[in-house]
Design a protein around this ligand. Structure first.
Ligand SMILES: Nc1ncnc2c1ncn2[C@@H]1O[C@H](COP(=O)(O)OP(=O)(O)O)[C@@H](O)[C@H]1O
Ligand SMILES: [Mg+2]
Length: 366
């Protein structure tokens, strides 16, 4: 995949490009009814997300690992007149799932608004090209459509990241869009009506400020789907391994032995600290302030791979991941440092087969 203007290879391809082969194969075999403007049937969208095998043997890789029903409900919602709100703690794949849904349904995951406290109405509605506006007065050509307006005009899915970080009065500019399926443009005495196929996927974090900030008028227009943390150690190990493999290939890191063992250990530590309980259910441990999400486990292991590949002896070792685990657990709070030390001394020091990990972790702990 290369950049439109320079032809240079891009760092990260959009889902619809990275998985173009799978999407084309699915479209070929998909003989179920497709909602207006959808590239695939809801069934095929779910196969794209959850993975599967096509009649000609083409393998569709799983993008989301978790309860099938969650994906079915999310996809079905998008085929109704309600918008979809994905909520969950950080790192539960809200952004990831929304990108893949947009890629599979519309073939385009780029109609994206990143919500922040500074997001203004023009990011959800439209702005103006002021040079043209002054020269020609208000016209369609002077109007700068937001991703939402473009999605309406093209019958595609628009994505809004971190909806609840957007100030409530700005959020409310979506009410007319979602209830009337139109966006009035008073300056032109006109409107843009949504073409069939248009819908919205928004994400919101449980952790930071929460869904409470969604106005009730707006909340009624959304169906909420909660993305859970991975249910089991094995499931989380699978998610991390799969994603680390993809990232490693994209970064052209060599595959190293030792990966499976270290991934399992990183995920074990994260889960025990998150749950406040060791995996055998025997020992209570204190929980640090950070989220220790699956996404963080992925980056700890990827960083470990880079360390091992460039500075190690050709094997992924405990020392390569311990430094990242320490960094994820011990944030700036003194309390985290004590939590980590207690866990190291109380749990890991005497755990069978963990001596190398314990020593490496202790070495990077002051
Ligand atoms: N259940 C899951 N299935 C597949 N990948 C997951 C899952 N949970 C987390 N991930 C991975 O972790 C990362 C999640 O990051 P992201 O989507 O940004 O989380 P969020 O938006 O919820 O904070 C993605 O790279 C994704 O591959
Ligand atoms: Mg996100």
């Amino acid at each position: 995949m290369s950049d439109e203007m320079t032809g240079l290879p891009v760092l990260r391809a959009h889902a619809e490009e990275a998985f173009a082969g799978e999407l084309a194969a699915l479209a070929k075999w998909d003989d179920r009814p497709r909602p207006p403007s959808w590239r695939l049937s809801p069934w095929a969208v779910a196969v794209y997300l959850l993975g599967g095998e096509l009649p000609d043997g083409t393998l569709v890789s799983p993008k989301y690992v978790g309860p099938r029903r969650i994906v079915e409900v999310a996809v079905a919602t998008l085929a109704t007149d309600r918008a979809l709100l994905l909520v969950g703690v950080p790192g539960t794949a809200k952004t990831w799932v929304s990108e893949h849904l947009a890629a599979a349904v519309s073939g385009d995951s780029t109609l994206l608004v990143q919500g922040t406290a500074g997001t203004g109405e023009e990011s959800l509605r439209y702005g103006w090209n002021y040079a043209r506006l002054l020269a020609e007065g208000p016209s369609r050509a002077a109007l700068v459509p937001s991703p939402v307006l473009r999605a309406m005009a093209q019958g595609k899915l628009a994505r809004i990241e971190e909806l609840t970080r957007i100030p409530a009065d700005v959020q409310d500019s979506l009410i007319t869009v979602l209830s009337e399926k139109t966006l009035p443009i008073p300056e032109l005495s006109g409107e843009t009506q949504a073409v069939r196929g248009f819908n919205l996927i928004a994400t919101a974090n449980d952790r930071d400020r929460g869904i409470h900030e969604l106005s009730s008028a707006l909340r009624r227009r959304f169906s909420t789907v909660v993305l859970p943390l991975p249910a089991t150690l094995d499931e989380e190990v699978e998610i991390v391994s799969r994603r680390v493999g993809q990232l490693g290939r994209a970064l052209e890191l060599p595959e190293l032995p030792g990966g499976a063992q270290e991934i399992r250990r990183v995920v074990t530590v994260f889960r025990e600290l998150r749950d406040g309980l060791t995996a055998d259910g025997r020992t209570r441990v204190r929980t640090p302030s950070g989220t220790l999400s699956t996404a963080e486990a992925i980056s700890v292991v990827t960083n470990g791979l880079a360390l091992a590949a460039h500075f190690g002896d050709g094997v992924l070792r405990a020392a390569d991941v311990a430094v990242g685990v320490h960094g994820a657990v011990v944030r700036d709070l003194a309390a985290d440092r004590a939590v980590w030390r207690d866990y190291l001394e109380g749990v890991l020091r005497d755990r069978d087969g963990w001596q190398d990990f314990y020593r490496a972790a202790r070495d990077c702990t002051d």
